[in-house]
Write a protein that binds this ligand. Sequence first.
Ligand SMILES: [Zn+2]
Length: 74
Amino acid sequence: MGGIVRNCRLCKEPMESSPFIMCPTCLRDSELIRSFVQKTPHVTLEEISESTNISLEKIENMATLGQKLPLNLK
Ligand SMILES: [Zn+2]
């Protein structure tokens, strides 16, 4: 019956099987960040966090994962 088969790559929460490596919440967050970065190039991770209300830790994890995010921030 479906069920939980793996963990979100980002927040490590259990998630149901999907084509994505991230849970729906993280996918939404990553889209938020991606559109924000596209509108605001050269923004820092801290500024992204403040503007999107997504935790800095999560944004850093996204940058580390490097999935679908135009973040070249170190
Ligand atoms: Zn997640």
